[in-house]
Design a protein around this ligand. Structure first.
Ligand SMILES: Nc1ncnc2c1ncn2[C@@H]1O[C@H](COP(=O)(O)OP(=O)(O)OP(=O)(O)O)[C@@H](O)[C@H]1O
Length: 658
């Protein structure tokens, strides 16, 4: 047995250079304590742990046999250094995936699926190596999605009377004609969702996912007959903000429908009965200091219908926990934009589930059913004889209702990977919705942060001046107004470090606002400081991703509280009680998911890097409600980013046959 001096020295050097996280080396050391550890296993363990930190749920052996550098953003011979270290220990690394599989299969720390299980920490499943936890989560998601999708097809044999009733209700619920002459995918989504225990409605911003799901709820109510009053419906989303938005949109859609349909359906009663939308953490009953939830397979959620919005942000572990806790009879309805960035944590579940959503792949039975139940003909381009059960459960909405202007065109060009078109749209908008600052200097970002650009509102100046104007008589109304104004403008960065990253820009913006006398920095906390919570904190009730603003405590002069929106209400926490927060004038595109701002500014770094890819650019652009400004010190980086795709290693697509 070797002590792996050469390998651990190289791992240590890469860690010092920021190429590996500390945990990767620590995990490899742990694996080495469990038994004989040939160099290939040590290398695989380091890389697997590193990839997990970058959102991959497994290590694909073919990548290991080739060169994993692209996934790791390694450019400077890091992989060659690790190989050389293995060679110094006298080990020749396997040349192909098969060789790696054989080498790993023989290790006592690895469980090869299908053999006797000793609960080893690593799992080898076909061409992939997993940390056991992710293998188990992926297996749970695959099995649950498969059985829900299948159950749907079997349960789909609704009677002709049912189908006729669905048709009647859909015609009442969807009274606007579609504008592009294609089929009404919203109607199709509702009809398809009624067929089974799983429905996935995907689409870009403003394609009507919430509009559709509100009608789906009405339809479920209508079809439940005598049981309608007992139907238990829950709404959830990965973040508090997304949950509040979901509830607000559904309530107003149900209210509008109730006004139009009168007493035909108890829609207002339904809205009241549903209660607030919850974060997934709270829905599942997250418990401090443990990964387990109060609701699980042994203690399932008490729901008949669960609607989850912003599903692209749901990571693998959370999706596995959710599916495990959902009773078999319940319907799960996932809403989300499959083209957005995947979750911060490992997995790309919605993207994997929706891998074939563009092409539809509906089988004959679905097409017949949709024609009968929704009166819609699925065009030939979306038909396929054997699309598989999951394809029948997914509907992609294709027409945006509020994103048709230049911002929508830009988002679509980016999504298609057409960087020429993206550049033309950015340069060609004369209406002021879009602006591209090419060859930008840091001062350009600071000027935007201070006062926006003409015609778009006043950057951060607006909410800070409102703070300075003071609360007047109604403190809560003032807090709400300040929070609302802060949501008008946001600076998003592609990266964290450097002059063009979150850290550098937050510091520079604070200085700028301080010298403009809009804030008065005194230590860490000051009036007007926006903060983002970086870790769930059950004691104070704030969660990862929550954004709050620091304001004086009205009851205790001299002390500061941080206020958060809580749906229509506001709540506050003493500033000094918040430990895991960071300043949020600039935030990453990743963390902005689920939010929209009137004017969004996206800052790209001067050089391409591993995280800069099409999904990130698309997500940044689609955070803009009315105005979008792109800031890039090096114009070429935009095309490079659009040309890159984020590929997360996962076995889910294969397991689901998507
Ligand atoms: N069929 C339709 N007829 C009329 N208006 C519609 C229709 N579908 C959607 N809308 C309107 O378009 C707007 C966007 O719809 P909605 O908010 O449901 O989209 P979304 O896909 O949920 O957006 P987001 O990605 O922001 O969550 C809303 O104002 C909605 O009322």
């Amino acid at each position: 047995m070797t002590d792996h001096t050469a390998l651990f020295e190289t791992i240590g050097a890469l860690t010092e250079n920021g190429k590996l996280r500390r945990l990767a080396g620590a995990f490899a050391r742990f694996v080495a304590t469990l038994g004989n550890t040939p160099p290939p296993l040590l290398l695989a363990s380091v890389l697997l742990s590193e990839l997990e930190g970058r959102g991959h749920s497994c290590l694909v052996l073919a990548d290991l046999a080739g060169d994993p550098s692209p996934q790791l953003g390694w450019l400077d011979g890091e992989w060659a250094a690790l190989r050389a270290a293995a060679a110094r220990e006298g080990a020749a690394l396997p040349k192909n995936a098969n060789g790696w599989r054989k080498a790993l299969h023989d290790c006592e720390q690895v469980w090869s699926v299908g053999t006797f299980d000793f609960n080893q920490p690593l799992v080898l499943d076909g061409e992939r190596l997993y940390l056991r936890r992710y293998w188990r989560d992926e297996a749970t998601v695959a099995a649950s999605v498969r059985s829900r999708a299948q159950a749907g097809t079997e349960a789909g044999a609704s009677t002709a009377a049912d189908t006729g009733a669905i048709r009647g209700w859909l015609d009442k619920l969807f009274h606007h004609p579609v504008r592009d002459g294609g089929p009404d995918w919203q109607k199709i989504a509702c009809a398809a969702a009624l067929r089974g225990r799983l429905a996935i409605i995907t689409g870009g911003p403003g394609t009507g996912k919430t509009y559709t799901v509100a009608r789906l709820l009405a339809l479920l109510l209508a079809m439940a007959g005598d049981e309608a009053h007992g139907l238990r419906i829950a709404l959830a989303a990965p973040t508090g903000k997304a949950a509040a938005r979901l509830k607000q949109s559904i309530d107003s859609a149900l209210d509008e429908l109730a006004g139009r349909l009168g007493s035909a359906l108890p829609l207002r009663e339904l809205a009241a009965r549903m209660g607030a939308a919850r974060t997934l953490h709270s829905l599942l009953g997250a418990r401090p200091d443990t990964r387990s939830f109060a609701y699980n397979a042994g203690n399932p959620l008490e729901v008949d219908v669960l609607i989850v919005d912003e599903a692209s942000m749901v990571h693998l572990e959370m999706m596995a926990a959710l599916l495990a806790a959902l009773p078999p009879h319940a319907r799960l309805i996932l809403l989300g934009d499959k083209d957005q960035l995947a979750s911060v944590e490992a997995g790309a579940v919605l993207g994997d589930l929706c891998a074939q959503a563009e092409s539809g792949n509906y089988d004959g039975a679905t097409c017949d059913y949709v024609l009968a139940a929704a009166g819609e003909t699925i065009p030939a381009a979306f038909r396929e004889r054997d699309g598989g059960p999951l394809a029948q459960r997914i509907v992609m909405l294709r027409q945006s209702r509020r994103f048709g202007g230049p911002i929508g065109q830009l988002a679509m060009a980016v999504n298609r990977g057409d960087s020429d078109a993206a550049r033309d749209v950015l340069r060609g908008d004369s209406g002021g919705r879009l602006r591209w600052i090419e060859g930008a200097r840091p001062g350009d970002v600071l000027a935007l942060a201070l006062q926006g650009r003409p015609g778009t509102g006043a950057g951060y100046r607006d909410y800070l001046e409102r703070i300075q104007a003071g609360p007047g008589d109604d403190h809560e109304a003032w807090v709400r107004d300040v929070l609302k104004r802060f949501e008008q403008f946001r600076l998003l960065c592609a990266v964290r470090v450097g002059e063009w990253g979150v850290a550098g820009l937050n510091e520079a913006i604070e200085q700028k606002l301080d010298s403009a006398r809009l804030i008065r920095r005194r230590g860490e906390w000051y009036v007007g400081r926006p903060v983002m919570v970086t870790r769930n904190d059950y004691a104070t009730g704030v969660y990862n991703g929550d954004i709050g603003l620091t304001l004086p405590d009205p009851l205790r002069p001299g002390s500061l509280r941080v206020w958060f929106s809580d749906g229509e209400a506001v709540r506050s926490v003493l500033a000094t009680r918040l430990r895991n927060v960071e300043t949020a004038f600039a935030m990453t595109v990743h963390k902005s998911q689920g939010s929209e701002f009137t004017h969004t500014v996206m800052v790209l770094p001067p050089q391409a890097n591993a995280v800069l890819a099409r999904e990130l650019v698309y997500t940044g652009i689609t955070r803009a409600r009315e105005f979008f400004t792109l800031v890039s010190p090096n114009a070429a980086v935009l095309a490079e980013a659009i040309g890159e795709r984020t590929q997360r290693a996962s076995g889910l697509r294969e397991a689901l046959g998507t």
